[in-house]
Design a protein. Sequence first.
Length: 151
Amino acid sequence: MASQCSQGRMGRNKLIIVDTDILIDAARNVNEALNCLQQIEQRLPAAVSSVTQMELIIGCRNKNELDSLGQFLDRFHIIRLNEQISDTAIDLLKRYRLSHGLLIADALIAATAIVSDLSFASKNQRDYRFIEDLQLLPYPDPFSNNEDQTG
């Protein structure tokens, strides 16, 4: 089973959180996503929010897909939600829901990265680029802007 992380600040850049969209594209063998994921995993262990895990489960159409998903997720650290992540997500929604259309799942995933003090990779840059304190990596080349982001 994937390793579980649930509490507090894990220290800057010990992991990189990967958004759901990259994992979906990687599962569909989209080269951009596969290359992005490979670049991330060559630098540091990759992680996903438990919200991403849930989104991927919802996308499974049968038991075989669910089993394959479980095997795929074994390569990632799973960061579970806690009170601090929930509170941060609520603050993000209050700040950005009306002005930028921030969605609940995106707020929870962004809050996971912020609270954990980890960099975050997403294909959907527009969904996150306005969030202060979020260490959003560029896509599809997550280290193109700053070679020392994983520091």
